[in-house]
Write a protein that binds this ligand. Structure first.
Ligand code: AHM
Ligand code: MG
Length: 334
């Protein structure tokens, strides 16, 4: 589709292309888009309306919630609940599955989300974002429970993120490539600015929290050591490093110019299974990255093939440019 097409028009065209489509998915996407516009507006206003800083609460992972975590979760949850296209919701910021009120209309989808990823960056005015994943709700189950949400990443109907940076950009895949839409605040519409995003297969840029170096396993140590030796070592070239500590920002950079992002297993996070969440972060980002021609693994395994064990499950994540991720995968097999 042409650059400058609105996301609304893009969704209608995609619906027309699928003759059997009922329009429900388009309506769900409209709700997601509306929620992200509201969150974007809150993030932009920040302390003009006194919403930076911590809330007096912890989420189920024992992390102190930011005021904007709580606000974003409420906006996303309420918008989708009222939209009537979901049968249930689950969020990184809620302890359990969110059951719809008895009076609410039920739809045929489930949505799982991290309403504001990269919270540690909010107060310092660095990029954050919303990550979401859409799944089919099982037929005939009025109130889906945790078990109904535990579908592997390969079952996702759609995945996306909205990044709140210098521009607000919605990146979306429905399993047919990846497209990016920039919010034109003057007219309140997301416009297609990044059609058919593909990740360069090769890269000389890695992203990892180097302060965890002493906790890593051997394959990751080997990979990063070789990048650091640069030209003089087996890689024969120098590497650059970035770490924003906002997964949305790292993935967006990788979609734009290539790179490899790693939050691998380490002895600090081994008991919890990793740092990032499978359902809210790893699966949706893996679908986007694979659809853009990249790879996404835990180290030994493809992330999207994992059978989730629990809603808030954590996993190691290594994703990005195909040839670099493949190399790390090979090091794990060696
Ligand atoms: P959050 O969902 O609580 O914001 O945590 C996830 C974030 C990711 O966006 C980012 O990659 C990672 O945590 C950064 O972790 P660290 O602070 O250990 O570098
Ligand atoms: Mg997060």
């Amino acid at each position: 589709m042409q650059i400058g097409t609105s996301l609304t028009h893009f969704l209608i065209e995609s619906q027309r292309a699928h003759k059997a489509a009922s329009g429900d998915f388009t309506l769900l996407m409209n709700d997601i888009v509306s929620a992200c516009k509201v969150i974007s507006s809150y993030v932009n206003k920040g302390n003009l309306i006194g919403i930076l800083g911590s809330a007096e609460s912890e989420n189920i992972q024992g992390e102190t919630q930011k005021k904007l975590d709580v606000i974003s979760n409420d906006v996303f949850t309420n918008t989708l609940m009222q939209g009537g296209q979901v049968a249930g919701l689950a969020s990184e910021e809620m302890d359990d599955v969110y059951h719809l009120p008895a009076t609410a209309q039920r739809g045929k989808y489930l949505c799982v989300y991290d309403p504001l990823d990269g919270s540690s960056n909010i107060d310092v005015n660095v990029t954050v974002g919303t990550i979401f994943s859409v799944l089919h709700a099982p037929e005939g189950v009025a109130n889906p429970a945790e078990a109904e949400f535990l579908q592997p990443g390969t079952e996702q109907v759609a995945a996306g993120y909205c990044i709140y940076g210098p521009s607000t950009i919605m990146v979306l895949t429905t399993g047919d490539g990846v497209n990016g839409f920039t919010l034109d605040k003057d007219i309140g519409e997301f416009m297609l600015t990044h059609p058919n995003i593909t990740i360069p297969e090769d890269t000389s840029e890695f992203a990892i929290n180097m302060s965890n170096q002493r906790f890593w396993d051997a394959p990751v140590k080997r990979y990063i050591d070789e990048c650091l030796i640069g030209k003089e070592g087996p890689r024969g070239r120098d590497f650059n490093m970035r770490w924003v500590a906002s997964m949305v920002a790292e993935v967006h950079r990788i979609l734009t110019r290539g790179g490899i992002f790693m939050y691998p297993i380490d002895s600090k996070h081994r008991e919890r299974g990793g740092k990032l969440r499978l359902m809210y972060e790893a699966n949706p980002m893996s679908m986007i990255v694979e659809q853009a021609g990249g790879l996404s693994i835990t180290g030994p395994d493809r992330i999207m093939s994992l059978a989730p064990q629990k809603l808030h499950q954590r996993v190691p994540v290594i994703l990005g440019s195909k040839n670099e991720v493949q190399r790390v995968w090979d090091y794990h097999k060696a």
